[in-house]
Write a protein that binds this ligand. Structure first.
Ligand code: H2U
Ligand code: ZN
Length: 338
């Protein structure tokens, strides 16, 4: 008899329409590879050397105001620039390039250098949510901007340059790859079945229960059936909405609450300030209604089975298909236990 909990199989991701190989029997293998040092102990509440702390100088000459809540500024090393003119280059259908105008910003969540989502007060997290909604709207109204990506790199392991709680916003002209793939799937689902892919998925996960991690009135956190990263989670709006501009006041509190609870579970599971990349996926800011879109966020944590062992997508995963060593159901169970 085939055992879905133990035997090798593959699972389908309907959002990206890609497969992942699940090989739970591999968790028994020994580890003689790299051991991660992890982030240093909790930093001080204020760091005179930090370019994000209130009152401090940034690289490039600017100085932060003595801010007391959230603080937004234009990235001093922006990947995208608003003055870029639209242009295109093509040769023989093989060499293709397009200019990419845009705006990059940094959002500090708090004046406190030592905090994380998990350690912040709900009222302060609510201000972060309000800032996201405001920034998303403001940047999206720019005529050249068609997609606003809000994301956070947490922890040195994920490439965050600084432990000060902050996220980035890259708002650009074109649809990023992941967003384009998810949009195509959600659109096809809507056209073929007349329903929303993630509304349907929510029902399936609530009925199954085995992959649920957190739930409140407004949001749900699950380890998706098709997760690639060991403790990957998907945070889904309970109500059908295409973007964060549709959140009611209570739902904004609900978003703050679910992010705090989810990250607190991550921190407790591995007894460290858990590293991850986090970001929202939602309707493009191109003026169309995009009713196929359903607001959600992804957490992609790199840690594998302890704070010392991290996952890299290499070898078979680079050349063939991503793979994971234990089932999403087992990961969700561990997250629920802490
Ligand atoms: P990360 O920790 O995710 O790298 O985000 C920090 C961002 O802050 C990064 O994009 C910017 C970097 O360009 N930055 C400034 O805008 N000003 C500075 O003085 C240093 C860093
Ligand atoms: Zn700081």
């Amino acid at each position: 008899m085939f055992d879905w909990r133990q035997d090798p199989h593959r699972r389908f991701n309907p959002l990206t329409r890609e497969w992942v190989l699940v090989s739970p029997q591999r968790t028994a293998r020994p580890w003689q590879g790299q051991i991660e040092a992890g982030d240093p102990a909790r930093p001080a509440a204020y760091d005179p050397e930090c370019y994000l702390c209130p009152g401090n100088a940034r690289a490039g000459g600017a100085r932060n105001p003595p801010y007391t809540s959230t603080f937004v500024f234009d990235n001093d090393f922006a990947s995208l620039q608003p003055a870029t003119a639209l242009d295109r280059f093509e040769q023989d259908g093989l060499l293709l390039a397009e200019t990419e105008p845009g705006i990059c910003r940094v959002v500090c969540f708090s004046p406190r250098h030592d905090l994380t989502f998990a350690a912040m007060e709900p009222a302060d997290l609510r201000k972060v949510v309000d800032t996201w909604v405001e920034q998303w709207g403001e940047l999206g109204r720019h005529p050249l901007i068609h997609y606003v990506q809000i994301f956070e790199n947490r922890g040195a392991m994920m490439g965050a340059s600084n432990p000060h709680p902050h996220c980035q916003i890259w708002a650009g002209h074109s649809l990023p790859n992941e967003v384009a793939a998810e949009q195509a799937s959600q659109k096809a689902w809507r056209e073929e079945r007349g329903r929303c892919l993630l509304c349907e998925y929510l029902k399936v996960e609530r009925a199954a229960g085995s992959r649920l991690v957190e739930e409140n009135e407004a949001f749900l956190t699950v380890v998706p059936f098709w997760a690639v990263w060991p403790f990957e989670t998907l945070v889904i709006a309970r109500r059908h909405m295409t973007a964060i501009d549709a959140l009611t006041s209570a739902e904004r509190d609900g978003l703050a609450d679910i992010l705090k609870r989810t990250t607190a579970r991550y921190d407790r599971l591995f007894q460290v300030s858990f590293p991850y990349s986090f970001g929202f996926h939602q309707r493009p800011s191109d003026g169309a209604a995009h009713d196929e879109w359903h607001l959600h966020a992804h957490f992609y944590p790199p840690l594998l089975r302890s704070a010392q062992v991290r996952k890299f997508l290499v070898g078979y995963e680079m050349l063939a298909t991503p793979q994971r060593d234990f089932t999403p159901e087992a990961a969700a169970e561990r997250l629920r236990e802490v």
